[in-house]
Design a binder for this molecule. Structure first.
Ligand SMILES: [Zn+2]
Length: 248
């Protein structure tokens, strides 16, 4: 194969693997069904240092969210996993050990998803219906595995980068586009740029270890949740938005 074509294919593959709204490796959900519906999602938990405070904060603002859990942490924190569900949030699968699935073969990928689902079922008695790949990386065989295990892949429209350890003010500013879109008050179905509501990707844990510091994520939400409510945004879980979710 000429090197220019090989480079092109490699580029396309990287795009399909990492670009959140790329559909090269199968359909993903990237938006809610209405511009006034915001799906807040949290990856890399449960995390004893943050998740309980986050659950209280969300309850205070009557907000429900979707938690993409790491299997190894679910096994360490089964009660917290049950608590997330009991508070009205949806549980999602974020693999067992948080590998880069683009570098994993089909068998390893299958096991990663299955072991996480097993951990969630054992802890909370439910089967996760939603899947988010670690680092947002997908592979040519992932979509089939996700489907076979009865899940759908959820990506995002907004990923402000709360894992970067920048000050809360930085993170608050990075989340500004959500409010800007809400202020435009676009009619249903057309949304910004002809699209619909945001799926926001945040992190309540650190995939490397338990008790990761995500205090800035809490601070940013403390700032934004009441403001988003005032702007008329409704907070929905992936379960709630499912029937109306747009396949991008
Ligand atoms: Zn993650």
């Amino acid at each position: 194969m000429p090197s220019s074509i090989a480079a092109g294919l490699a580029g396309l593959t990287a795009y399909g693997a990492a670009y959140p709204r790329a559909q090269l490796f199968g359909p993903t959900l990237c938006r809610t069904g209405a511009p006034n519906k915001l799906a807040i999602t949290f990856d890399d938990g449960p995390n004893p240092a943050i998740t309980p405070k986050l659950l209280d904060l969300l309850a205070k603002h009557n907000a429900r969210a979707t938690f993409f859990l790491v299997g190894k942490f679910v096994r360490e924190c089964p009660e917290m996993t049950r608590e997330i569900l009991a508070r009205g949030h949806a549980l999602g699968n974020h693999t067992d050990t948080h590998p880069n699935l683009f570098l994993c073969g089909p068998q390893k990928s299958e096991e990663e998803l299955k072991r996480c689902a097993d951990a969630i079922r054992l802890a909370a008695g439910v089967e996760p219906r939603w899947f988010r790949p670690p680092f947002g990386f997908r592979s040519p065989w992932l979509s089939q595995i996700v489907n076979r295990q009865g899940m759908r892949t959820v990506m995002w429209t907004r990923i402000p980068g709360d894992w970067r350890g920048k000050p809360a003010e930085w993170l608050i500013k990075r989340m500004n586009p959500i409010a800007e879109n809400a202020r435009r008050k676009l009619p249903p179905r057309t949304g910004y740029g002809g699209l619909t509501g945001d799926i926001l990707c945040l992190h309540d844990g650190n995939h490397r270890h338990l008790n990761g510091d995500r205090a800035h994520t809490l601070s940013a939400l403390e700032y934004w949740l009441p403001r988003w409510s005032d702007l008329g945004l409704e907070f929905v879980t992936m379960d709630e938005t499912f029937s109306k979710t747009v396949e991008a």
